[in-house]
Every structure is written in structure tokens, then in C-alpha cells.
Ligand binder design. Structure first.
Ligand SMILES: Cc1ncc(COP(=O)(O)O)c(C=O)c1O
Length: 385
């Protein structure tokens, strides 16, 4: 079955009692038992729920895995992995530019509990080899990264990590399973902020963990119930609805991102464009090999002042100024004042996060409108400058 067919059919037969082609939302906390301890497979919704189970089946299928647990947010999913695998004294290796929420969770919650966090440049495999000499429990990466869209070689990182006995976790939020299959590239666990492209409509906060190997998955599956960070049946149903159009949406997001990257590259008010589809992008060759498309995100540096960057992001018509990404409506963000404001200015500078770096999450509007909107606002910046 092809990907676009699986988004609609995997784990989603018509409802057996009525034939409804869309299964109802099982908005229930509990289930009537036949006799004490004898039931139809469900006893309490924190533990399991038919709507959530449908979603877990389809998300596992799309990532090419056998097991999935969904959570009330991407960070709740990350927390379950870290609680399952990171004990006091254990080492976790992450890229220098790991997503800020992951870094905060590690730094503020798991380091005080005794975990040891090592930040490494994952584009330098010899640095990674040195880091894994410490025998880390987990090696954790994203690709492409947020917001500079750096691309790391998942297969190569996995090889180095596995040789040292580490479990490899890939945050596949930016690429989605449509463009990238980390489990097939050797990763052990995939984590998703379902909030983004999978749900896709800017109306659900949710996360997921997917694995192939039951033994690797089991501790995380246990914590889904034990920690209790589960999403509501209604939110699971919204994601089931959203994910049906994942292929169509990702194609349009990617088409829009490519058109925007091309236009930005030619604009005199743009200093640099970050988009893995550009041959000039340092990770282009790896992206071409490990992804089936370049994703839907574009970042760029404005050739102007920080004030002009602020004015630019506030003056767009179709791009709403807001956090998050991956929705049908276009979003724009100024990381230094928004998503990455908590990072000290010197660290931001080290990571190449300048005060004029702008992150775009093109939606699925028509590319001409989006490019036109960006060009018109850039021209206004030029006129003021
Ligand atoms: C790459 C990445 N991973 C994880 C998360 C966390 O997901 P959530 O916001 O659903 O908790 C985010 C959120 O922005 C993200 O961008």
C-alpha cells in the first residue's frame, strides 16, 4: 500500500457495528465490564481508548514501525522516553542546536536528577565518535533542525551510536514520515510533535513515540499509562482526520517552501537562505539521500537591522506572526525574540542564530500569494532602509 493510501486505510476500517466510514469518537473514561476483570479490551481511557488506538496504529504504520504511543504533547512524548531510559549518571548526547524545549527538559529537569547531557556538533562525526566513548545511554537528534534547517546524516550517526551501545532517538517533526523514515535508516525510536504537520491544522497539541522493536518500545508504552500524559479521544480523532491529507499537504508545503526559497535567494534584502533543497545548503547532498523531499520550512537572514526584522515579521498579510509550525495556515517567527528568546544572546550567536534570522512555515495557500506577500513586505523594508 502506498503512503497516501495508508494515511486513509491503515488501522481505519469502517466501524463494524454501524458501517460508519468514519469511526466515532469514543469520548468515554471507562468501559462496562462483563464480569470483574472481564472486558472488551478496554478498561480505562488513560490506559487505552479505541480512538487513540486507531491513531496509534496509523502513526506506527506511517513511520514504518510496529508500536506507537501517543501523548498530550510532543514534550510529554519526549519526557516518557527520557524517563524510560535516562537514570542518574546516564549520558545523553544531543546536537548543539537541539530543539529548545528538548534542551530545557534535559537541562532543567533531567540534569538535576543526575543525567549527564553532552552537546556535540553532529555534522562532525569524529566529534560524535569522541562523545560516544563515554558510552551514552541515548543519542538524540533532529534533522532538519530548528530554525536553521541543518541536516544530519541519520544513518551515519546511528552507526556511530550503535557501535557504542546507545539507543538512537530521532525527532522527525520537521520532515514527517512522508519525507523521512528514521526507523528504516536505523534509528530505534522516533518522536513526533504531532502538533505540527501530522495533525496539521493548528488545533491540536499532541506527541507520539514510534518504534519497531517491542523491547525498546515497552518501557515507553508502560510510562504512557504510568505517567498519564495522554491526549483526549477528541484530539486523537482530530489528528486522525488531519493525517488523512498528510501527503497532499506535505506536497503543497514543500512546493511553497521551494518557491519561497527561490524568490528569497534572489531578493537584495536577503542575506542568506536556509533551505535543504538549495544546492548551496551544506546538508543538501545528505538531505537528497535520506529524504524524499526537502520539507516545508524555510529560514532566512534579512539584510537589515533587528528593528527591520521585527517590522517585517509584523507586516505580512498571510503569514501570522506566531510560534509553532506545520499548519495549513502560514506562520512566521523571529526566533531571537520568540522561540529562542530564552537562549542567552552569546549562545545564540555561537549557534548562528542572528537577530535578523526569520523562520517561515509556509501553509498550503497558493504559492503566488505567499511569495507576493513576502516580496511586498521585503520591498517595504528596503524602502524604509
Ligand atoms: C522539533 C520539535 N520537537 C518537539 C517539539 C515539542 O512539541 P510540542 O510543542 O507538541 O510539545 C517541538 C515544538 O515546537 C518541535 O519543534
Amino acid at each position: 500500500m502506498e503512503f497516501g493510501t495508508r494515511t486513509i486505510h491503515a488501522g481505519q476500517p469502517s466501524e463494524p457495528n454501524t458501517g460508519a466510514v468514519v469511526a466515532p469518537i469514543f469520548q468515554t473514561t471507562t468501559y462496562q465490564q462483563i464480569a470483574p476483570g472481564e472486558h472488551h479490551g478496554f478498561d480505562y481511557t488513560r490506559t487505552s481508548n479505541p480512538t487513540r488506538k486507531r491513531l496509534e496504529t496509523v502513526l506506527a504504520d506511517l513511520e514504518g514501525g510496529r508500536h506507537c504511543a501517543v501523548f498530550g504533547s510532543g514534550l510529554a512524548a519526549e519526557n516518557a522516553i527520557l524517563q524510560a531510559y535516562l537514570k542518574p549518571g546516564d549520558v545523553i548526547v544531543v546536537p548543539v542546536d537541539v530543539y529548545g524545549g528538548t534542551f530545557r527538559l534535559l537541562h532543567k529537569v533531567f540534569e538535576p536528577l543526575g543525567a549527564v547531557v553532552r552537546r556535540v556538533d553532529f555534522s562532525d562525526l569524529s566529534a560524535l565518535e569522541q562523545a560516544v566513548a563515554e558510552r551514552p545511554k541515548l543519542v538524540w537528534l533532529e534533522s532538519p533542525t530548528n530554525p536553521r534547517l541543518l541536516v544530519y546524516d541519520i544513518e551515519a550517526v546511528t552507526r556511530v551510536a550503535h557501535a557504542a551501545g546507545a539507543i538512537v532517538v530521532v525527532d522527525n517533526t520537521f520532515a514527517t514520515p512522508y519525507f523521512q523514515q528514521p526507523l528504516a535508516l536505523g534509528a530505534d525510536l522516533v518522536v513526533q510533535s504531532v502538533t505540527k504537520y501530522l495533525a496539521g491544522h493548528l488545533d491540536v497539541i499532541q506527541g507520539a513515540v514510534i518504534a519497531n522493536d517491542r523491547a525498546v518500545f515497552e518501557p515507553v508504552g508502560f510510562l504512557q499509562n504510568a505517567l498519564g500524559g495522554v491526549p483526549s479521544p477528541f484530539d486523537c480523532w482530530l489528528t486522525l482526520r488531519g493525517v488523512k491529507t498528510l501527503e497532499l499537504r506535505m506536497e503543497r508545503h514543500a512546493q511553497n517552501a521551494a518557491a519561497i526559497a527561490d524568490a528569497l535567494q534572489r531578493h537584495p534584502k536577503v542575506k542568506r537562505v536556509y533551505y535543504p533543497g538549495l544546492p548551496s545548503h551544506p546538508g543538501h547532498a545528505v538531505a537528497k539521500r535520506q529524504m524524499t523531499g526537502f520539507g516545508g520550512m524555510v529560514s532566512f537572514e534579512l539584510d537589515g537591522t533587528p528593528e527591520e526584522a521585527s517590522q517585517f515579521v509584523s507586516s505580512l498579510t498571510y503569514f501570522a506572526l506566531g510560534e509553532s509550525l506545520g499548519g495549513v495556515r502560514s506562520l512566521v517567527c523571529l526566533p531571537c525574540k520568540m522561540t529562542h528568546a530564552a537562549i542567552p544572546a552569546e549562545t545564540r550567536a555561537e549557534l548562528g542564530l542572528s537577530d535578523t534570522l526569520i523562520r517561515l512555515s509556509p501553509g498550503i495557500e497558493h504559492p503566488r500569494d505567499l511569495v507576493g506577500d513576502l516580496e511586498a513586505s521585503l520591498d517595504r523594508v528596503g524602502a524604509r532602509g
